[in-house]
Structure formats: structure tokens, C-alpha cells
Design a protein around this ligand. Structure first.
Ligand code: UT7
Length: 348
């Protein structure tokens, strides 16, 4: 039976750093509050002058992943992008990336699943490979959330940021790679996090274009409580499905929305924080990009050894949540792909 495994990871983040101190001059907030309540110290925000659009960031992340995988763009059969901030409502970010990469043989499409976009996209590719529909695919999680942030809303603008991560997924006959994926949604709670921008829901949109009081609205407190329960529940489902227990997990890579959510999840699963990857202090919440960026950093920093069990788990707008259980297959030994790949870039 064909399985899917990750053979390359890549990421790209904007150059411009926006610190908590910088935000103190934009909204009524403080470095102390942001660090204590979220764990975020700084985040990256795209600049128009630096070629840091959604397509630019995603393309750079994809090139890095393909370099590690040692494949050319023409060998991609499929490009699936999880994003809620494509450069245009259409065509898709995936088609823009396809053009930038010159990946002429790929079928390309976007998928909207909020912060779970990457895990939803990974699931589609995993299933397509298992079904024999494709052999080699690119999965991207990318956001330019700064384009939809209300910079007057301190409840959200201190959290969200920009970035991209990508993985190359290939077919394999070995029993490793993506062991299982698990997805859930509950549209009942869509109003906990939504965008007002660019949709047919707003009547007389032409009249509203110049007003646009804000583009994104979030009930953080209610989301917070749901996030912990949903992420713990789906992590357990992934463990049970694979007959694994918490002790068997070498690294958890959770969605980076709030350090308190991540710590509660770890506590709930009885997994020590040393085995939970976090980079929220540097990048904030980049929605569908948090997991692939973290996966790439962990990989390049040598935290993922061949055979390691890695649990990816997400939660976001929709509501959507998901998990993937991986048995890591990139060789880190002599001659292994990782050995030939550069380490994670210094991002200070
Ligand atoms: O990415 C997936 C979806 N997103 C999430 O999962 C996010 C989940 N939610 C959270 O991370 C947290 O709920 C937040 C970080 C958004 C907020 O933290 P909280 O502890 O839930 O705060 P809160 O909303 O209950 O607000 C507590 C107080 C309020 O003041 P009052 O009414 O008690 O006087 C807020 O106005 O904190 C105030 N506050 C702030 N104060 C300083 C809210 N934002 C800020 C801020 N700076 N940036």
C-alpha cells in the first residue's frame, strides 16, 4: 500500500520585526501583558517593498522545501495551500505559487480552514497519494494576516502575524511518514473568529469599501477555552488510532496561538514541555503557517530524528481542528537529506 511521507521542509518569514514595545505606541497595551497572557515577544510583518506578499513568502518556503527534498518543480503533481489571506480572492495562491515555481505539471488549489489550513491541506495530499492520484506534492501554510488585522483592536493585533511554511510530500511503500490524520469542524461557532472582508455576505459592499471598520473579529476568551478541549481530544484520537501513548511522542508541534493554550495541552496529555516545540515568542500567531514553520525549524535544528513520532495539532477559525501523527523519515545521518540542507536561518 502506498503511504505518504515528508521529504523536505522549508519556511520563509518577513524581515520586519514588530516588537511588543512597538505595539505599545499603536494600541493601549504593554509588553508585560502580551508576554504574560500570550507568550509573544515579537512577530514578523510583511513589507510591500521587500517582495513579501503571500505568494512571495510561500514561494520562498516552497523552494527551501524542494531544495531539501532534492526535487525539481516539474516533478510536483499537486500543490495544496492552506491560507485565509491569498493575494487575491482568485486565482488561488496555489496557482500563483505554481507560476512562480514553474511547476507546470501540478494541479493547484487553495483550501480555507483557518489556522488548521496546513493540516487540512496535508490530509488532502496524504489521501491523494494513498489513493494513487498523485506521487509528489507540495503542501503550504501561508498567511499575510497583517493585511486583515484591525490595528485598533488590541485583542487581536498583538497576536497575529505573517509567514509561510511548506513541505514536500512523496509516496513511499515503507511503514513510516504520515501514519494518520484527523480532522474536525464545528460551524456552530463560526462567530468566534471571522473576517468581514471581501465576501458576498456584506450587502452593498461597494458602499462599505471606504468604511471598513475592521476586517477580523475574534472572541478570544471563548476560543481559548474551546482550543484546549478540542486540541486535547483530537490528540488523544491520534494517539489511540496508532496504539501509541504520550510516552511514545518525541515531539509535539502544536498551533502557536497562545503559550497558555500550548502548556494546557501539554499538561492535559501529560507530555513535558521539553517535548513540545514552541516559537510563538518570535513569530506570534501566523495561523495556517505556524505548524509548517515550526516543523521546518525543528527539522533543521536536528530535533527530528529518523523514526521519531511527531504529533502535529491545530485549532482555528471555522471552527476547525486537526491532528497528524508522523513517523519521521528524513534521514539525519551521513549523506541524509538533512545533512545536505542548511540549518534554520538565524532570525534575529
Ligand atoms: O489561532 C486560533 C484561534 N485563536 C485562539 O485560539 C486565541 C485564543 N485566545 C487567546 O489567546 C486569549 O483569549 C487572548 C490572548 C486573545 C486574550 O487573553 P485573555 O486572558 O482571554 O483576556 P480577555 O479577553 O479575557 O481580556 C482580559 C482583559 C480585558 O480587560 P478587562 O475587561 O478585564 O478590563 C481586555 O480588555 O485584558 C484586556 N486586554 C488587553 N490588555 C492589554 C485584551 N487585550 C489586551 C492587550 N493589552 N493587548
Amino acid at each position: 500500500m502506498q503511504r505518504a511521507h515528508i521529504i523536505g521542509t522549508g519556511s520563509s518569514i518577513p524581515e520586519r520585526i514588530l516588537s511588543n514595545k512597538d505595539l505599545e505606541s499603536i494600541v493601549n497595551t504593554s509588553d508585560e501583558w502580551i508576554v504574560r497572557r500570550t507568550g509573544i515577544r515579537e512577530r514578523r510583518i510583511s513589507s510591500n517593498g521587500r517582495d513579501e506578499s503571500t505568494t512571495d513568502l510561500a514561494t520562498r518556503a516552497s523552494v527551501n522545501a524542494m531544495k531539501m527534498a532534492g526535487i525539481s518543480p516539474s516533478s510536483l503533481d499537486m500543490i495544496v495551500v492552506g491560507t485565509v489571506t491569498p493575494d487575491r480572492q482568485f486565482p488561488s495562491a496555489a496557482c500563483m505559487i505554481q507560476k512562480a515555481l514553474n511547476a507546470e505539471n501540478a494541479a493547484a488549489f487553495d483550501l480555507s480552514a483557518g489556522c488548521s489550513g496546513f493540516l487540512y491541506a496535508l490530509t488532502m495530499v496524504n489521501n491523494a497519494i494513498r489513493a494513487g492520484m498523485c506521487k509528489t506534492a507540495l503542501v503550504v501554510g501561508v498567511e499575510r494576516l497583517s493585511s486583515i488585522i484591525n490595528w485598533q483592536d488590541r485583542g487581536t493585533c498583538v497576536l497575529l502575524a505573517d509567514g509561510a511554511g511548506a513541505v514536500v510530500v512523496d509516496s513511499t511503500e515503507e511503514h513510516h511518514g504520515i501514519l494518520s490524520t484527523h480532522l474536525k469542524s464545528d460551524g456552530t461557532f463560526w462567530e468566534l473568529l471571522y473576517s468581514l472582508d471581501g465576501n458576498s455576505y456584506v450587502p452593498e459592499i461597494l458602499q462599505d469599501v471606504n468604511k471598513r471598520p475592521f476586517h477580523l473579529k475574534m472572541d478570544g476568551n471563548r476560543l481559548f477555552k474551546r482550543a484546549i478541549g478540542c486540541m486535547a481530544e483530537i490528540s488523544r484520537e491520534a494517539l489511540e488510532h496508532n496504539s501509541l501513548c504520550s510516552h511514545d511522542i518525541d515531539l509535539v508541534i502544536p498551533h502557536q496561538a497562545n503559550i497558555r493554550i500550548i502548556k494546557s495541552l501539554a499538561n492535559n496529555l501529560r507530555i513535558p514541555m521539553e517535548r513540545v516545540y514552541t516559537n510563538i515568542h518570535k513569530y506570534g500567531n501566523t495561523s495556517s503557517a505556524t505548524i509548517p514553520i515550526a516543523l521546518d525549524e525543528a527539522n533543521r535544528d536536528g530535533l527530528l530524528t529518523k523514526g521519531a513520532h511527531v504529533l502535529l495539532v491545530s485549532f482555528g477559525a471555522g471552527l476547525t481542528w486537526g491532528a497528524a501523527m508522523l513517523k519521521w523519515s528524513i534521514s539525519d545521518g551521513p549523506g541524509g537529506r538533512l545533512e545536505q540542507a542548511p540549518p534554520a536561518p538565524e532570525r534575529q
